[in-house]
Design a protein around this ligand. Structure first.
Ligand code: SF4
Length: 430
C-alpha cells in the first residue's frame, strides 16, 4: 500500500452533502410540514414516496450507521433488557434501542416520528415482525403493507404483477394520498422513474468496471458507500444521477490509468486475489474487517449485498411508461426475494464474468434471510465451477459476534488455498 493520504473524491463530497441535506430535512420535518414514511431498503418504493413529496426513513440504514459509530452495543443491550431475545435480527434490536434512547439519528439530530409505516415485504419475515413492533411503539400511525410474492418458481408471472398493482392502487396509494394530503400524480411518478432508470444504468456501469484487471474499485467494502444514494431514497432524483455520473467518471478514469481500488490505507498496489462475496458486511468493525482483505491484496469484484436494494445487472430498470408495473417488478426482483437456485445462478454469473479466483461467504448470525441456504450455495458453486470456497462468520451490528482472530485464521487458510491453486495453474500453463 502506498502511505499517501486518501483524498476525498468529488463524488464523496456530493454524497455527503446529499445525505446531510436529507437528515436536515428530516430533523425539521415537523416544522416544514413534510410527512415522514418509515420503510425498508429491499423493495423500497422511494419513487412513490418522492411523488408524494414525503421523506423516507430506513431503519436498517440507521442501525448500520449506529454500528459503524459504535453505538449499537448499548442499543442492543437496551432492547434485550425489555425482552428481545439473542436470536432476533440485530438491526431490529439496534433500531428499537435507538428509539428507546430518544431516536437520535446518525447525524446526531433527532429523527421525526413516522406519519406512515410502509411495509414493503420482500422475502424476509423479520420485516413483518419489525413493523408489528413499530406499530405498537407508534400507536395510531397508519400502516400500508405491500405484499411481494416470493419468486418460488423463479419467474414473475402477469398474475403476480397484477396482484401487486392492485395492492398499490387499492391500498398503498390511497393511504399515501390521505397521509400526504396530495392527489396521486402519475406523470410526476413517471418523471421520477426516468431519473431512477438513469441512476440504475450508471450504477450498473460502475459495478461492471470490476471486470477490469486490476479492478478499479472494491465492489463490497467501497460498494456499500456507492449504493448509499440509490438505496437511501435518492434513486429517482436528479442529484442521484449527478452523483452516479461523477462516480462513474472517477471509476472509468481509474480503469484508464490501470489503478486498483482505494482503501483506507491508500491505493492497493497489487491485486492478488479477486473474490465474489455473499452476505452483508460486519459494521461494528468495518475498517478492521476490510483490512483483513486489503492487507492480503484481496479485492471483492462482486457481492450479493450490493444488490440488496435492487438487482440491476440482470437488466431490471424502472419503467416510466409502466410505472406501477415496474414498481411491482422491482420489488419481486430484490435479492432477498429470489429463490435459492436464482441466487446461486446469479453468484455463478458473477464468478464467471468477473473472473473471480474464489467465492467467500460472510454468514451473519442474526440474518436468517441471507444465511438460510448459504452452505448449499457454497457446495453447489464449488461443484459447478470447481472454484475454492470459504466461509466466515460475523454479525451485522452486534460487536459480541465479531472475532478478528477467528476470521483472520479462516481467511489465512482460504488465501493459502487460493495461492496453491494459482501455483498449480501456473505450472500447468508453463
Ligand atoms: S433478518 Fe436480514 S434481511 Fe431480514 S431485516 Fe434482518 S438484516 Fe434485513
Amino acid at each position: 500500500m502506498s502511505a499517501k493520504e486518501v483524498s476525498k473524491e468529488k463524488s464523496m463530497i456530493i454524497q455527503k452533502e446529499m445525505l446531510s441535506r436529507h437528515f436536515k430535512a428530516l430533523s425539521t420535518a415537523k416544522e416544514t410540514g413534510k410527512k415522514v414514511v418509515y420503510t425498508f431498503v429491499p423493495g423500497n418504493l422511494s419513487e412513490l414516496i418522492l411523488a408524494f413529496d414525503m421523506l423516507p426513513v430506513y431503519p436498517e440504514i440507521n442501525a448500520l450507521q449506529s454500528g459503524m459509530r459504535k453505538k449499537s452495543r448499548d442499543f442492543i443491550r437496551d432492547s434485550e433488557k425489555i425482552g428481545y431475545s439473542e436470536d432476533v435480527c440485530t438491526y431490529v434490536k439496534c433500531d428499537i434501542g435507538m428509539m428507546l434512547n430518544g431516536n437520535i439519528g446518525p447525524t446526531g439530530e433527532k429523527l421525526p416520528e413516522p406519519d406512515l409505516l410502509l411495509l414493503s415485504y420482500t422475502g424476509c419475515f423479520t420485516f413483518m415482525k419489525w413493523f408489528e413492533n413499530l406499530e405498537r411503539l407508534y400507536p395510531g400511525v397508519p400502516v400500508a403493507m405491500l405484499h411481494t410474492p416470493y419468486q418460488e418458481g423463479g419467474k414473475i408471472s402477469d398474475e403476480m404483477v397484477q396482484y401487486m398493482v392492485k395492492q398499490l392502487k387499492e391500498d398503498v396509494i390511497p393511504k399515501m394520498e390521505k397521509v400526504s394530503g396530495k392527489k396521486f400524480d402519475p406523470d410526476r411518478l413517471s418523471e421520477i422513474l426516468g431519473y431512477a432508470r438513469q441512476s440504475q444504468d450508471l450504477i450498473t456501469e460502475i459495478f461492471n468496471a470490476t471486470k477490469h484487471k486490476p479492478s478499479p474499485i472494491d465492489a463490497y467494502f467501497a460498494g456499500v458507500y456507492y449504493i448509499g444514494p440509490i438505496n437511501a431514497g435518492f434513486r429517482g432524483t436528479p442529484e442521484a444521477v449527478e452523483y452516479y455520473r461523477e462516480l462513474n467518471n472517477e471509476v472509468q478514469l481509474r480503469v484508464k490509468n490501470g489503478q486498483g481500488p482505494v482503501t483506507p490505507a491508500g491505493e492497493m498496489e497489487e491485486e492478488r486475489f479477486r473474490l465474489v462475496l455473499e452476505g452483508p458486511p460486519n459494521w461494528t468493525n468495518f475498517r478492521e474487517f476490510w483490512s483483513l482483505f486489503y492487507n492480503m491484496g484481496a479485492v471483492i469484484v462482486a457481492s450479493s449485498y450490493t444488490k440488496v436494494g435492487g438487482v440491476y445487472d440482470l437488466g431490471f430498470r424502472h419503467d416510466p411508461w409502466q410505472p406501477l408495473e415496474s414498481l411491482s417488478k422491482y420489488c419481486m426482483n430484490c435479492y432477498t426475494n429470489l429463490n435459492l437456485p436464482q441466487r446461486i445462478d446469479l453468484l455463478a454469473k458473477c464468478i464467471n464474468e468477473y473472473e473471480a479466483d474464489g467465492f467467500l461467504i460472510n454468514s451473519i448470525k442474526s440474518c436468517n434471510s441471507f444465511s438460510a441456504g448459504q452452505l448449499l450455495m457454497m457446495r453447489t458453486l464449488e461443484d459447478r465451477l470447481g472454484i475454492p470456497v470459504g466461509f466466515i462468520e460475523s454479525d451485522l451490528v452486534d460487536p459480541r459476534y465479531f472475532s478478528y482472530s477467528n476470521i483472520k485464521n479462516r481467511l489465512d487458510s482460504f488465501f493459502q488455498m487460493l495461492d496453491q491453486r494459482k501455483i498449480i495453474q501456473n505450472q500447468q500453463t508453463a
